[in-house]
Ligand binder design. Structure first.
Ligand code: GTP
Ligand code: MG
Ligand code: ZN
Length: 302
């Protein structure tokens, strides 16, 4: 929910962040005053094939109670799905059970986060349903060096530590449908901002209604909820880039015999040696190989 106030003292030029965009209008949270101003974009952006995105830092001008975006400041990052600029962090949410963890999908989320150079926190939610057999997935994520948090969103457990992580960040909550992303956000915000529920309820309510990304202020940061993704296409990541989406490979990559080693069938590969030594999780390495074989090597480059 956004309040729009165009008080008389908002004339002139200001800087702010686009928190929402709907039907050609953009809602800009200004830096100094605590208000959200409705703005149109200048036509010049259309000519330059530049469209303002949620998350953009912009310069606006307000005259006669009409706001206009004059300038889009350079983007630090630009996500496609959801279409949000300047995201700094991904909160990757999976449920320990119900729905079961899809290990390949989890790792694809992680690869995509690395590709976009985001900080990552992996949350395993629904720990009240704790399942012994999911320990392997948790160990895999931890072995790659990711920060892991365990939550019981419904009971509100584990949320304080997560909330702290959101400070000074623009965080995207991502993960499959039904894992509790919106429940977590509602609990952290303290209001029912996001629609939650099981999948059948959502279908009844029309799950496919258009969803607009929106930045929601939490403490000293912003969060973006996303609808659950049941699959991810990451084939646009090239063979050469893929290895850098596995942070645990970093310390070995320079030590392979061949420059340009893809840690596949090449001899004297330091990454493969680390897998043998169990310093790199074998399941993660196998998913690397599977993804490497599937990549179309940038032919669908975004
Ligand atoms: N048992 C249990 N159920 C939970 C927990 N957190 C959320 N749920 C339930 O899981 C269901 C899905 O929660 P949502 O928050 O809507 O899930 P979501 O990830 O936002 O799903 P999408 O919006 O479809 O992507 C709801 O029925 C929640 O009540 C939890 O910690 N434990
Ligand atoms: Mg949701
Ligand atoms: Zn190698």
């Amino acid at each position: 929910m956004i309040t729009i106030c165009l008080s008389s003292n908002t004339g002139g030029h200001m800087q702010g962040t686009i928190v929402k965009g709907i039907g050609g209008f953009y809602y800009i949270k200004t830096k100094n005053e605590n208000e959200v101003i409705e703005c149109k974009a200048r036509g010049k952006f259309r000519h330059a094939e530049l469209t303002p995105m949620v998350g953009d830092h912009v310069e606006i001008e307000v005259t006669n109670n009409k706001g206009v975006i004059n300038k889009i400041l350079p983007r630090k990052t630009e996500l496609i799905r959801p279409a949000v600029a300047n995201v700094t962090q991904a909160i990757v949410v999976f449920a320990i059970k119900n729905p079961d963890i899809n290990v390949e999908l989890l790792n694809k989320f992680l690869m995509l986060c690395e590709y976009n150079k985001l900080k990552v926190v992996v949350c395993f939610n629904k720990m009240d349903l704790a399942a012994e057999d999911e320990k392997e997935a948790v160990a895999m994520v931890e072995s790659a060096g990711y920060e892991v948090m365990f939550l019981k969103a419904k009971e509100g457990s584990g949320l304080e530590a997560l909330k702290e992580k959101l400070n000074d960040n623009v965080s995207v909550f991502c993960g499959p449908s039904g894992v509790g992303k919106s429940t977590i956000l509602n609990k952290i915000i303290g209001r029912e901002v996001m629609q939650t529920g099981d999948i059948s309820e959502k279908l009844k309510r029309g799950k496919h209604t258009t969803r607009h990304s929106e930045l929601i202020e939490i403490g000293n940061g912003y969060v973006v909820d996303t609808p659950g993704f049941s699959s991810l296409d990451i084939n646009f990541i090239t063979k050469g880039e893929l290895q850098y989406c596995f942070p645990e490979f970093d310390e070995y990559i320079g030590s392979c015999k061949f420059t340009g080693c893809l840690h596949y069938k090449e001899p004297q590969c330091a990454v493969k040696a680390a897998v043998e030594e169990k310093e790199i999780n074998e399941n993660r390495y196998n998913l690397y190989i599977k993804t490497l074989e599937e990549t179309n090597d940038g032919r669908n480059k975004r």
